[in-house]
Design a binder for this molecule. Sequence first.
Ligand code: ADP
Ligand code: MG
Length: 238
Amino acid sequence: MASVRLQGITKQFDGNPVLKGIDLDIADGEFVVLVGPSGCGKSTLLRIVAGLEDAGQGSVEIGGRECRDVEPAKRGIAMVFQSYALYPHMTVAENMGFALKLAGQPRAEVQARVARAAAILQIGHLLERRPKALSGGQRQRVAIGRAIVRQPDVFLFDEPLSNLDAALRGQTRVELARLHRELGATMIYVTHDQVEAMTLGQRIVVLNGGRIEQAGTPLELYERPVNQFVAGFLGSPR
Ligand code: ADP
Ligand code: MG
């Protein structure tokens, strides 16, 4: 597990400021949800934490280590995206174990980790299937399984449920909460779904226009939104 500390993160694309100074401390094992309207910089911020994008200014610390010169694979993170391209020619087990195999993990270790992740996600009976024989929800679980087998300190989720229908989203939401309890890992979860934010987040961070409007527990944001924007996004009508 690891804490994550963001200090003064800025980012511009072609001269357009997208992140305008993000300061955020995330505790070891915390489940933090980032919410905000489309285009407000949520994915960019996650990609900066992952090391897939450089920040203009500011620093990312993971587990107390400044990460500017740490490549993505060495940051102890795993990311789950909205579009979870699985390798069509590989079985579920092969999809889940592929990155470990590439990293040179012994076969027995790969198999053990895949089996454990499959048990957590309740997809043990699907391990020999290929992606085309899976439902959307099952595919998304395989994508989460690929992240789990890497045993990251920090999970980064970018709208992982937005391609699922409402019933499946609800069910997978419950499973993600259980996953967090079982693994105890730090999780940073991006969504624009208010229900997901309120039910999953121990803390919710509301982004707007590249800045943090408010960060707090779901109850704090619901009862005491600091401004109209937060109230409109999550809070009670008042
Ligand atoms: P969100 O995930 O909150 O919807 P993003 O972080 O994807 O927002 O994008 C924030 C802004 O940055 C958007 O205006 C988007 O068009 C722009 N942007 C994101 N990535 C790039 C890129 N690689 N090049 C240029 N502009 C980008
Ligand atoms: Mg996004």
